[in-house]
Design a protein around this ligand. Structure first.
Ligand code: NAD
Length: 477
């Protein structure tokens, strides 16, 4: 069994203790990772600073961009190997894992190509002055990512930072660190100078907390739960550094009577069941216009009944959820639905020969959920869709905005004016009209409003967030 080490300053470095990694498809131990802590984080941040003062810091933007693009090529070269590792580690079906690898590579390609296009500005000022602005790297940036899309989240978080010229310290989630370590090997092969790309594995409350609180980092980017997001922002505040928080969601899919039911049905079912519902932007509430509630709920029910659950390698519609805690959490919400006599409109089923001991949950559609019910308010983070009725446009907007979250939303209607009114009035970082998710779209700025966090990842917005703007004013007469 593999016992993995941290990657610090271009060297593989053990920790005194390790953490077991379980395979969610059968619950068996599949590897051990280093249990890094404050000492390893200290060493990684110091290595990052040395890299900034050394070879990495001296690279021009074109060379940095080329390195990122070479990294993307290596990720694509190893795509099948990485997909298999991700599928085993997270439990996700191979088809989805292959897509995750492709998106991860795309982040390095996109930001690699953008590295030499970070332009400052010139500002007209008084006669005799010339004023210009430059983006400069923050120095060493910290990245704490969750377990649901490890490859995608890593690419999304670290690629823009590296493109801007920072050195990075990555703390992957303890359940799913294996592909982050595989990426470190590829970063080494691509030729990133020692210390530019560091990975410290371990527990959130140890390595994660030490990274968030480290006085040597210039920015921290956190993707995960709201509770931990608050801890990370509090720690960062003590060092007065900027923070990007990508937290959870309870994203609404709003379906009007004039929608294309077939397209909406397929997309909405996939949107909540992909990755076994463990997607921050999953459309986990479907708001259906009263007059077509039964008809559209019937379309969704048919979609749910067709879903099959199996191991990652069986590659069915859904894999297991990531661990026993997550399974228990989802089952607790399903128990509440039964206790409150909410109608279970449909369930998917397990495929044949599903391994024993895995963390499997049936995708479930629950009907007539009151908008203020706990199932309509809290993030379940599993393949559970709650259906809610609405009367009219105003009612739909009120319900859509009636949770603490604001990450993504879908609007399904053939009325252009209505789609625009809703798009502006729904409080969320992204709104999709007659589609959902846009296949991940690395080019499209993404992030939360309200309890879903702040700051934007993806697109050029993320790149600029990893730089500090400097204004230089020259008096020349
Ligand atoms: P989590 O907050 O428990 O863990 C996320 C990361 O934080 C892990 O790497 C973990 O080790 C680390 N961590 C835990 N405690 C820490 C601490 N005290 N200090 C610093 N780091 C710590 O979240 P999770 O359960 O792994 O992920 C699920 C949550 O993440 C859901 O709420 C989901 O919506 C959210 N999420 C959001 C996005 C987004 O882009 N908005 C993407 C994926 C997941």
């Amino acid at each position: 069994m593999d016992v993995h080490q941290n990657f610090i300053d271009g060297r593989w470095t053990p920790s005194r203790e390790t953490v077991a990694v379980l395979n969610p498809s059968d619950g068996a131990k599949m590897a051990e990772i280093a249990r890094g802590g404050a000492a390893e984080i200290d060493a990684a941040v110091a290595a990052g600073h040395a890299a900034m003062n050394g070879e990495w810091g001296k690279l021009d933007a074109v060379s940095r961009g080329r390195l990122l693009m070479k990294f993307a090529e290596l990720i694509r070269r190893d795509s099948e190997k990485l997909a298999k590792l991700e599928s085993e580690d997270v439990g996700k079906p191979m088809t989805l894992a292959r897509n995750d690898v492709a998106v991860c590579a795309r982040y390095f390609e996109y930001y690699g190509a953008a590295a030499d296009k970070v332009h400052g500005d010139t500002i007209p000022f008084q006669n005799g002055f010339s004023v210009m602005t430059f983006y400069e790297p923050h120095g060493v940036t910290g990245h704490i990512v969750p377990w649901n899309y490890p490859l995608q989240m890593t690419g999304r978080s670290v690629a823009p930072s590296l493109a801007m010229g920072n050195a990075i310290v990555l703390k992957p989630a303890e359940d799913t660190s294996l592909t982050a370590l595989a990426l470190a090997r590829l970063a080494e092969e691509a030729g990133f100078p020692a210390g530019a790309f560091n990975v410290v594995t371990g527990l959130g409350e140890e390595a994660g907390a030490a990274l968030a609180a480290h006085p040597g980092i210039g920015h921290v980017s956190f993707t995960g739960s709201r509770e931990v997001g608050v801890l990370v922002q509090t720690a960062a505040a003590k060092n007065t550094i900027p923070v990007t928080l990508e937290l959870g969601g309870k994203s609404p899919q709003v379906v009007f009577a004039d929608a294309d039911f077939a397209a909406a049905g397929t997309t909405i079912v996939r949107g909540i069941t992909q990755n076994a519902g463990q997607t921050c932007s999953a459309g986990s509430r479907v708001l259906i216009e009263d007059s077509v509630y039964d008809e559209f709920a019937g379309v969704l029910a048919e979609g749910f009944r067709a879903l099959r659950v199996g191991s990652g390698s069986q590659d069915l519609d859904l894999g297991p959820v990531v661990n026993a805690t997550q399974k228990a959490r989802i089952e607790r919400y399903l128990d509440i639905a039964r206790r409150d006599n909410l109608p279970i409109l449909a369930e998917g089923s397990f495929g044949t020969n599903v391994p024993e001991g895995g963390y499997y949950v049936k995708p479930t559609l629950i009907g007539d959920v009151p908008p203020d019910h706990v199932l309509a308010q809290e993030e379940i983070f599993g393949p559970v869709l709650v259906a809610i009725r609405f009367k009219d446009e105003e009612d739909a907007i009120r319900i859509a905005n009636g949770t603490p979250y604001g990450l993504a939303a879908g609007v399904w209607t053939s009325d252009l004016g209505r789609s625009m009114r809703l798009s502006h009035k729904i409080q969320s970082g992204q709104v999709f009209v007659n589609n959902y998710g846009a296949g991940g779209g690395v080019e499209l700025p993404f992030g939360g409003m309200k309890g879903s966090g702040h700051g934007r990842e993806k697109g050029f917005e993320a790149l600029y967030a990893f730089g500090a703007l400097k204004t230089i004013t020259i008096k020349h007469g």
